[in-house]
Ligand binder design. Structure first.
Ligand code: ACO
Length: 319
């Protein structure tokens, strides 16, 4: 298929909030959060803008790939909300990086970065792009109700980037959506229309945790099966799985289903919580920079999230 990963980058807010810190804000404990989710701490935005983070991550990925801004044909940014409603976060970042190319955002919650892989594949296959910059950023802290212990302990903020170049590293890609407007939902900011007669809604994420948990396990397994089948591989031929970091128990369920040994399943949820679309690319960047992946390694990336969306990608590491 159409591309290989040429470079990665990431950027995180400086402020870390531990489970103990949260126990002073809501009625929770380090023990509850750790045992139910695997999270120990998360990063949250204070004075940083998302554009500062996506620009830093984008520069790092371009440098890693040895690609100049003028070589980029397409910029996509996976995010639920950028710094501004308009322009898009992709446009804001392209301006900072000196890129002039088609640029737009993709909102598919936690699956958005893998949706971007699918869009990049379509652009490459149709001859419309040869070098693509994928960005992702999430300001989860700005869509949480910090008095709701059932959600505020779960998420973190961050940004990351991946440079894709035309090549043969993509072994399979699958995406799906089971539309559901209620399971996970954050209302938009209503604005100040003088004509609006509807009641203003608070911008706060609501999630049916248990229903999401069931969706996550079933869909993650289904997407992994399809991605493996399409790639003509079995689970034991995969070198590393990079799953969405929503809950260690969800990851463990998928690990058991495919009998994948612990050392092949990469996680960073303990340090960063659930950064939505940004979790997998930060995990990819951390492990790539540590030299974990060898040329020819097969990576299985799998995500699920609000929408309800899900996607999986099998990639051969070619750096
Ligand atoms: N600290 C202490 N107690 C808590 C907390 C907390 N932070 N949060 C909830 N509780 C309590 C509840 O009030 C409840 O108490 P009760 O029994 O007295 O009523 C008890 O703990 C159990 O609550 P559950 O909701 O049943 O806990 P569960 O074991 O299901 O864990 C969790 C909750 C972690 C949210 C889990 O359901 C989950 O991970 N779901 C999936 C989330 C997910 O995958 N999201 C991904 C998508 S996110 C996106 O797309 C933006």
């Amino acid at each position: 298929m159409s591309f290989y990963i040429a470079g990665t980058g990431s950027a995180l807010p400086k402020k870390s909030v531990t489970n103990d810190d949260l126990s002073h804000i809501v009625d929770t404990s380090d023990e509850w959060i750790r045992t139910r989710t695997g999270i120990r701490e998360r990063r949250v935005l204070t004075d940083e803008t998302l554009t500062e983070l996506t620009t830093k991550a984008g520069k790092s990925a371009l440098a890693d790939a040895g690609v100049k801004p003028e070589e980029i044909d397409l910029v996509l940014c996976a995010t639920m909300r950028g710094d501004t409603i308009t322009p898009s976060q992709a446009c804001l970042t392209a301006a900072e990086l000196g890129i002039q190319a088609v640029s737009f955002d993709v909102n598919a919650a936690c699956s958005a970065m893998l949706y971007c892989f699918g869009i990049a594949d379509a652009f490459m296959q149709s001859g419309k792009a040869e070098t693509v910059l994928l960005l992702t950023c999430e300001a989860m802290s700005k869509q949480l109700d910090w008095s709701d212990r059932s959600t505020c302990v779960l998420f973190g903020d961050g940004a990351a980037a991946v440079v894709l170049r035309k090549g043969k590293g993509l072994l399979s890609h699958t995406m799906t959506c089971v539309p559901n407007g209620k399971m996970i939902r954050t209302p938009s900011h209503d604005g100040d229309s003088i004509f609006s007669t509807s009641e203003k809604q608070k911008v706060a994420l609501h999630m049916d945790g248990q229903e999401t948990y069931k969706f996550a396990v079933t869909t993650m397994v289904g997407q992994m099966e399809k991605a493996l089948l399409d790639a003509g591989l079995t689970a034991d031929q995969i070198d590393y799985v990079l799953p969405h970091q929503a809950n260690l128990r969800i990851i463990d369920a998928a690990k058991k289903r495919f009998k994948i040994p612990d050392e092949k399943v990469l996680t960073n949820i303990a340090s960063f919580g659930n950064m939505s679309s940004t979790s997998i690319p930060v995990l990819l960047d951390e492990n790539a920079k540590q030299g974990k992946f060898k040329k020819g390694d097969k990576l299985l990336l799998v995500a699920f999230g609000a929408g309800m969306t899900a996607a999986a990608t099998v990639i051969e590491w070619q750096k």
